[in-house]
Every structure is written in structure tokens, then in C-alpha cells.
Design a protein around this ligand. Sequence first.
Ligand SMILES: NC(=O)c1ccc[n+]([C@@H]2O[C@H](COP(=O)([O-])OP(=O)(O)OC[C@H]3O[C@@H](n4cnc5c(N)ncnc54)[C@H](O)[C@@H]3O)[C@@H](O)[C@H]2O)c1
Length: 411
Amino acid sequence: MNALAATNRNFRQAARLLGLESKLEKSLLIPFREIKVECTIPKDDGTLASFVGFRVQHDNSRGPMKGGIRYHPEVDPDEVNALAQLMTWKTAVAAVPYGGAKGGIGCSPGELSRSELERLTRVFTQKIHDLIGIHTDVPAPDMGTNSQTMAWILDEYSKFHGHSPAVVTGKPIDLGGSLGRDAATGRGVMYATEALLAEHGKSISGSNFVIQGFGNVGSWAAQLIHEKGGKVIALGDVTGSIRNKDGLDIPALMKHRNEGGALKDFHDAEVMDSAELLVHECDVLIPCALGGVLNRENAPDVKAKFIIEAANHPTDPEADEILGKKGVVVLPDIYANSGGVIVSYFEWVQNIQGFMWDEEKVNMELHKYMNSAFHHIKAMCKSQDCNLRMGAFSLGVNRVARATLLRGWEA
Ligand SMILES: NC(=O)c1ccc[n+]([C@@H]2O[C@H](COP(=O)([O-])OP(=O)(O)OC[C@H]3O[C@@H](n4cnc5c(N)ncnc54)[C@H](O)[C@@H]3O)[C@@H](O)[C@H]2O)c1
């Protein structure tokens, strides 16, 4: 099942649980606006190249729409649609005053030079600048884009609308980015894990962890879990997987990775088969890489007691059902990886205030938002007698439905 079908299915189940009127259900599902633009740029060799850019704005009933921009060869309208919808429920679960959006350009960023990427980003911004804005739609980085991409968007947008740092988040600190944004998703994953384990009478320091992905989210999550006394006993990335039953030395592994070393060459670990990683014995499994990695083939063999969905959509619906029957507790992506969008919200607030917070304040506020969302999800699970995924979806959908009804949507 693709990401859009799975997201629609979760939404419909939540809508049914909440007893939403079918007209409202349909209205909530249809995106507010779908934008498709052609972006032609001169390449460095003088030839022209054309790319297709998308921006789907799903819902703005709770505030400006918010979501990343992805540069990837497989960006397609269906996926962008699903991710825009997920952002609507995610921002509502996190209780930040935003709606949902997502965008992307079908391109291979690794095959474009820095100046070609800059030209492409500027042309894309020229085509959509009237449709994004501080109080309309606020993009952020996603796969294949980064703080530099946001700096180019900010600069191009400001040519049309005047200096507007709050038009994008995930910016470099020198252009109004927030302290703590880089670590935010991984830190949010750690706070979410702490809250879930506490609910089950456990703690990070008494648990062992398997992590898939050692990029931005995975490496911050591993580092912060290690600092809290958790044992990361196996870890994998696209180059391979390693394990150490006594716990990997994460700071040493980070140093090794930052110096260009591959995981498999890390001195203090045993190389293992990557296919074994997700079914390795552990207390907590944290997928931090790709979508769809837990499926009907491997779900029956999963040995973790808890799964924290740091990646977007790592568990397909068939796996979800299998894991539920096995009693594995799955903390869903729309909550578990919301630390990034929460700190993006703080960045936007700081830009509007014209006042920079220190990192301690950012982390303390993030902790408050993550804890509060967790307790609201648990309350929804109790009142609707459902699992954490349905609790999170119902919480998000209910908040958006309430905002829509209060605004009056039928006139
Ligand atoms: N970065 C954020 O703020 C953020 C926020 C919310 C959700 N997410 C989600 O978290 C996930 C990771 O994002 P990121 O920003 O860390 O990306 P990243 O590009 O920094 O890291 C991705 C990691 O996944 C690994 N990987 C790729 N293919 C793999 C494979 N086949 N097997 C094992 N590992 C593989 C890579 O080696 C890398 O370590 C994505 O699903 C993303 O959508 C990220």
C-alpha cells in the first residue's frame, strides 16, 4: 500500500471513530491547493534543463500551511499529497498553529552543481512566491534540501516581498535559524521514547535500542539516548549494519563517521547482516531511514517490544496489524518525529518576534510540547479505546475538524 493509500486509510478510520459527518470527512481530505510548475534553468554547460516542481497545500484551518520541500528523482504528486495531509494531522497533534503542506522538485540533487541547484531553487521560488508566505505557507528542508536551500528561497522571496525571514524555517543561524533546530527531530524522538517508556514503568537507561539510519534524525537520537544511559546495541545505515551487545560507543562512532569512516569499519563493533537489523532482539526499535521498512515479510519476526517511528511511514498497514497482534507498542510517526516541526514553529515565532531564544529555552519548550502531545494522545486512546496510531490520528483530525466547523465551512 503506498503512502497516500495508507494515510487516507488512517484518516478514514479516525473520522469514523470520531463520528465525523461524511461531507466534512470528504472536505478535510481534499487538498486546499495543488501547484505544479515547470522550472527551466540553464545548466553550467549552457544547455537548458527542465524540472517539474510541486507544492500541495492541504489545509489551513488552524494556521499557515507548513511542510518541507524535497529534491528527489522520485518525487510524485501522490506522495507529495500524502505527506501534505500527514503534515496537517502532525501539526494538529503537536498543537502548533499550522496547517499542512509539502513540496518537491523531481531532480537528482547529487547530479546538479551548487550553482545549478541555486538557479533551480530560485526559479521554483519565482513560480510559487505569490502562493507561499509568512501567514500562508511556510516551507522547510526535507530530503535532498538543507539550510542553504532555505537561504536561497528566503533571498528570492524577499526580492518580491521585502526581507521576510519567517517565510521558511530550517534556515542557517546567521539568517534567523533557530538554535537547536538541527537536533530537534532526534531530540523529540528521545523525549517521545522517554514518555512512552515511563508509561510502561521503564526508562531509557534501563533499555537497549536498535536504530536504523544514522543521518540527521538517527545520529541525534542515538547520541541523546546514549547520553541518557540507553544502550544502542545495533545500528545500520545505507552502507551496512553493526552491533555490540554491551552497547555501541556512540560519541566514538559519531567521530568515526564525521571523519568519513563507514559503519562497518568501526573498530568496537561486529558487522551484521542488514536484513537482521529490524528483527534483532531489543527493547526498542527506532527506524530513522526509509518508509515501508516494516512490512508483512519481516513484521512476524520483530522482537522489539516498542517501535518509535522516527522515519515517516516506516510501518506499512499490514505490518501494523501483525505487530498489534503480537503486542508490540508502536509510537506513530505523526507524533514521534514531530520535534522538527515544533522547533520550526519556534523559529517562525522568533523571526516574527525579532528575538532569538537560547538553546536551553528551545529544548525546554520542545520537551513541554512533546510531553503534552503524548498525554493528549493517551487520553484519546482511552476515550476511543484505540491504539496509539489511531489515538494520534483521532487527536489531529478532531482538532482540524473543530477548527473547520468553528470557521463555518458550508456557507
Ligand atoms: N530531518 C528531519 O527533521 C525529519 C523530520 C521528520 C521526519 N524525518 C524523517 O526521518 C527519516 C530520516 O531523515 P533524516 O533527515 O535523518 O535523513 P538523512 O538523509 O539525514 O539520513 C537518512 C539515513 O538513512 C540511511 N539509509 C538510507 N537508505 C537506507 C537503507 N536502505 N537501509 C538502512 N539505512 C538507510 C542513510 O544511510 C542515512 O543514515 C526520513 O524518513 C524523514 O522523512 C526527518
